[in-house]
Ligand binder design. Sequence first.
Ligand SMILES: Cc1cc2nc3c(=O)[nH]c(=O)nc-3n(C[C@H](O)[C@H](O)[C@H](O)COP(=O)(O)O)c2cc1C
Length: 176
Amino acid sequence: MGKSYYPHSEYEPISGSSYLRSLIVYYSKTGNARWVAQTLAAEIGADVEEVVEVKKQPSVFGVLRGISIRWQSHETEIAPIVRSPADYDLTIIGTPVWGGKPTPAIMAYLKKTDLSEKRVAVFFTQGNKKPQGIEETKALMPNCDYEGALSIVNPLEDKESSEKQIIEWCTKLTPK
Ligand SMILES: Cc1cc2nc3c(=O)[nH]c(=O)nc-3n(C[C@H](O)[C@H](O)[C@H](O)COP(=O)(O)O)c2cc1C
């Protein structure tokens, strides 16, 4: 970890051996949440897990049924997960906001992941300025040790400003 992650930045990453062992779990469709996850990971020295939706090639009936199920419940299937929050001090969940909620892929991840008693923070990327999706996400992480949320508007449109928001947020995450 060193300045080389940010050749254009005046900031030094805050990570180091004295910091938490952290895992960032994110979903991204068009790259915004991926960029935030990677920037955060470089900043705090976290491991990263991308949640990937499983794309099936079902029959016509399956397609119609799938659309119907997704429309009613926003459910989706995700590829097997490699890393476990149980092995980390802090887990950061990252998702775009879709329809005021976390994405179906992250909802699917949270439904199958036990984060109770685990320290968890969340970041959102979104188009609107007003923070969205926070309560919906918290509801899927009952009994977690919630550290707070960061909502970033269109981070790829102004990476410099977004990087500052990310670094500022990192300083609020409780150290070891
Ligand atoms: C299906 C869909 C629904 C969205 N709904 C919202 C929304 O309710 N509120 C909002 O602020 N942005 C919304 N957006 C914008 C995305 O949250 C935003 O572009 C996000 O940064 C995309 O992240 P990504 O590039 O990692 O996929 C929506 C985008 C999509 C594709």
